[in-house]
Write a protein that binds this ligand. Structure first.
Ligand code: COS
Length: 379
């Protein structure tokens, strides 16, 4: 894909920011697991947190390609920052911007665009991950209020969110995907608790936590869109979210590839750079080829979404291929670096740990194959 001037400009902005602000702290926040509040706020000032927010509500309202470029560039240096931006824009801002009432947009989008607060998305539960219709959280009417009870898991950005879009069963008799609705829940509502942050293999500075809802009372206008529309809403949200996970995976793969390429040219064994051995050269060639294929799929999913075409299957293909590529490339990068690759002296092992999340979050590789399989069998 040939990028336009605006896309090149925003990519350069993200690249510069990542090099100057994220590169110095990426290893340390991975080690400590500390959420990087200062740099996240700086991303707000640069507009990266308002990419999915309409201009009327203080955002940038960028095209999807520009958004993916920003996520890729940030993830190329720090996966935790990349995931924070991706989840905030795709899962937090998007549903409110596209399905919310004007009052919900006014309440939550301007602050989200500047980074005053993040927005988040609560779908997954202990018994409802891949089986998204298995939601057990309930929302029951009581006069002109809704009362929510249940628990959620693996919710990104939840400690820093002003509000979280929560899915809950509103028709308790309905089966499977039916009878699920979505609500915009302010995180300071009594009965709503963001529990302890998870200690993770990778994406360690990204904020992930379970939620508990105990008699959380919400006004009638907290409902997002139409009652019973929840399943379709989160499937639509996840279609877009999968593009951003593809972009995260792409960034991680490129980061690992860059590390290995430079190392292979500098490291000498048997009197010559290891890059001059065909074993290493071929590894780099395979890595570069897979990265390019992942990039083309990701940009094609962006293009389809940008022009308003059906894009869910392409987003699934991009996410599947980019995340599997990130695993392949980060593994090969460690192999090229040898002993150094196995230590924290180089970022290859961090990219490897971060990449694993991309084959799981927002639909596992197996779920992407189901979505793609259904598409090719019905098209
Ligand atoms: N966009 C809009 N609507 C969609 C949709 C999409 N991408 N996918 C499905 N729907 C609609 C269908 O059209 C159907 O509508 P009707 O009831 O009006 O016919 C409804 O939603 C139910 O669809 P379907 O029968 O296909 O649902 P399934 O339960 O069979 O879905 C899969 C199965 C596996 C595809 C689904 O549960 C899924 O994607 N799960 C993974 C969820 C996930 O990624 N979890 C991780 C969350 S991390 S935030």
């Amino acid at each position: 894909m040939i990028l336009n001037e605006n896309q090149k400009m925003i990519r350069q902005m993200a690249r510069d920011f990542a090099a100057s602000k994220l590169a110095p702290i990426a290893a340390e926040i991975d080690r400590s697991g500390e959420f990087p509040e200062t740099t996240v706020k700086e991303m707000g000032a640069l507009g990266f947190l308002g990419l999915a927010v309409p201009e009327a509500y203080g955002g940038v309202d960028s095209d999807i390609t520009s958004y993916a470029l920003v996520v890729e560039e940030i993830s190329r240096v720090c996966g935790s920052h990349g995931l924070t931006v991706a989840a905030h824009n795709s899962l937090g801002c998007w549903p409110i911007a596209h399905l919310g009432s004007d009052a919900q947009k006014q309440a939550w989008l301007p602050g989200a665009a500047t980074g005053e607060h993040l927005l988040s998305f609560g779908l997954t539960e202990a018994g409802a991950g891949s089986d998204a219709g298995g939601t057990r959280t309930t929302a029951v009417r009581d006069g002109d209020q809704w009362v929510l009870n249940g628990t959620k898991m693996w919710i990104t950005n939840s400690h820093y969110a002003g509000a979280i879009v929560i899915t809950a069963k509103t028709d308790l008799e309905a089966e499977g995907s039916r009878g699920i609705s979505a609500f915009v829940v302010p995180t300071d509502t009594p009965g709503f608790t963001v529990e302890k942050k998870e200690d993770k293999l990778g994406m360690r500075a990204s904020d992930t936590a379970p939620l508990t809802l105990e008699d959380v009372r919400l006004p009638a206008d907290a409902l997002l869109g139409e009652e019973g529309g929840g399943f379709k809403y989160f499937m639509m949200t996840l279609d877009g979210g999968r593009i951003s996970i593809a972009a995260v995976a792409l960034g991680l793969a490129v980061g690992a590839f860059d590390t290995a390429r430079v190392y292979a040219q500098e490291r000498h064994q048997f009197g010559r750079p290891i890059a001059s051995f065909q074993a290493i050269e071929f590894m780099l060639a395979d890595m570069a080829t897979q990265i390019e294929a992942a990039r083309q799929l990701t940009y094609e999913a962006c293009r389809l979404k940008d022009v308003g075409e059906s894009f869910g299957h392409m987003a699934a293909m991009a996410k599947l291929h980019a995340s599997e590529t990130a695993m392949f490339v980060t593994d090969r990068a460690i192999q090229i670096l040898g002993g150094y690759g196995y230590t924290t002296e180089y970022p290859a092992e961090r990219f490897y740990r971060d990449a694993k999340l991309c084959t799981i979050g927002e639909g596992t590789s197996e779920i992407q194959r189901m979505v793609i399989g259904r598409h090719v069998l019905t098209d």
